[in-house]
Design a protein around this ligand. Structure first.
Ligand code: AMO
Length: 435
């Protein structure tokens, strides 16, 4: 039986013989001894010491099994325990040209992502990611929402035609889904509050540190809710994920040098800032927008919020802020218009603090048949592709709403990594579809 390094690093094993399996993570050969830092299949490491001749053929990333005696030595890296190796069995001796070392360009690390996954940084992020997904699912289960799965090959756009990935689907044209929302809307009539975690695809032409072409989308939808119900669900969910993740992954966050004192403050309620107030605040700070011809003008009511304006609004915040009531003109066709304020949507985006930007978008859905058809046409979309969706407005329509949370945006905030590409194991962007 072989053990994991985490279990071996304990007083209980000192003086005892153990067997571990893993890969050569670091290697230091001296005249008498070789110091082999072995990484196991959970990303844990322990130093194994061998007589130099025994480890002579070892190279970085060779796979091996080590049997030896555990001892405690304060000089041993990563916790002061090491294994005095007795036997060494190799599964594979890697050639000496392993491409990942201490200093590499970001591009090379992405080109070799299948190997970069073995770095301590990527292991830490992968574990944090796993916790974020786990606690997201747990929150929904504990609060009585049903998990569902929507198709990812679809006929209609949800978030506008410009970011659709087209594909040939046998003899017709179809798209990769931008959001499960419309399908979740169909499910609430018989399944009640539902949620899903599916990939969403956006042919984003922009190269930014916040956009992926494929991202993990956590989406929820429920009947008979108010906008306030949706916001309350979102703030509880996000707080629950963050508090549990920073507790469970304290070691990994420390490895990433993420000071979590600000994250500890993330508890409901989050501020609700009316969109009008957001615009007033930005105007009072002289905030300007760049127009298509390159000229600048003051931001005004009706403008969408760019990442720069989101950064300005949240730069001193510790908790996320909801911006509530965007103009429907800057939002997709399904957003419900406030019956008391023409042109204003019953919708809100959650902006993460300190400029991390939008992490959720949600609100109530338009349930009036005539206005939704009108808005589908206005967006230049084909109403025929939405006939099934319009049935939902025909047969027993009820007030309803939901939201979508970008898992990678949330992880970027939690880990404080610069580029969203580092929050996902195999990122897909405009310029990258391999490995
Ligand atoms: P939206 O398009 O705002 O809304 O997407 C919801 C959330 O998904 C994340 N996100 C992205 N993450 C990484 N890369 C991208 N290219 C990307 N695009 C979006 C963001 C965003 O807040 N159906 C609606 C939501 C709803 O109203 O239910 C929707 O998809 O975190």
């Amino acid at each position: 039986m072989y053990l994991r390094t985490k279990d071996v690093k304990s007083q209980d094993f000192v003086g005892k013989e153990v067997t571990i399996r893993g890969w050569v993570h670091r290697l230091r050969k001296q005249k008498e001894n070789a110091f082999v830092l072995v990484r196991d299949d959970r990303g844990g490491v322990i130093q194994c010491v061998f007589p130099a001749e025994k480890a002579a053929g070892l190279t970085i990333e060779s796979s091996l099994e080590v049997a030896g005696t555990v001892s405690q030595d304060s000089r041993a890296p990563e916790g002061g325990f090491e294994i005095k190796g007795k036997t060494l069995k190799t599964f594979n001796i890697a050639p000496p040209d392993y491409p990942i070392g201490e200093y590499q360009s970001d591009e090379l690390l992405l080109d070799k992502r299948h190997l970069t996954l073995r770095t301590r940084k990527m292991i830490a992020i992968a574990k944090i990611r796993s916790s974020v997904l786990h606690y997201g699912r747990r929150w929904f289960v504990e609060n009585g929402w049903m998990e569902v799965t929507a198709p990812t090959i679809v006929k209609g756009a949800v978030e506008g035609g410009s970011t659709l990935f087209k594909l040939k689907y046998f003899d017709e044209e179809a798209y990769l889904s931008q959001s499960a929302q419309l399908y979740l809307e169909a499910m609430i009539f018989s399944l009640g509050p539902v949620w899903s975690l599916t990939p969403s695809f956006r042919a984003e032409r922009s190269r930014t540190v916040r956009h992926l072409a494929e991202f993990s989308h956590l989406e929820a939808e429920a009947p008979w809710v108010t906008l306030e119900d949706i916001l309350s669900t979102e703030e509880q969910l996000v707080s629950y994920i963050i508090q549990n993740t920073i507790t469970e992954r304290a070691e990994e966050l420390e490895f990433l040098k993420r000071d979590v004192s600000d994250l500890k403050k993330v508890q409901p309620p989050f501020e609700r800032m009316p969109y009008d107030k957001a615009i007033d605040t930005l105007r009072s700070r002289g905030f300007q927008v760049v127009q298509e011809d390159g000229s600048r003008r003051d931001i005004q009511f009706g403008d969408d919020l760019s990442i720069d304006s989101e950064r300005e609004l949240t730069k001193d915040a510790d908790k996320p802020i909801f911006v509530v009531g965007y103009p429907i003109a800057v939002k997709p066709f399904y957003v419900k218009e406030d019956p008391e304020r023409q042109g204003v949507g019953l919708t809100a985006d959650m902006l993460a603090p300190r400029g991390f930007g939008e992490i959720t978008s949600g609100g109530l859905r338009e349930d009036d048949m005539a206005s939704i058809v009108n808005r589908i046409k206005k967006e230049g979309l084909n109403p025929d592709a939405y006939d099934w969706y319009l049935d939902l407005r025909k047969y027993g329509s009820v007030p309803h709403g939901g939201f979508g949370l970008g898992i990678e945006r949330l992880i970027r905030w939690i880990t404080n990594v610069e580029d969203i590409k580092d929050t996902v194991l195999f990122p897909r962007t405009m310029s990258r579809v391999t490995p």
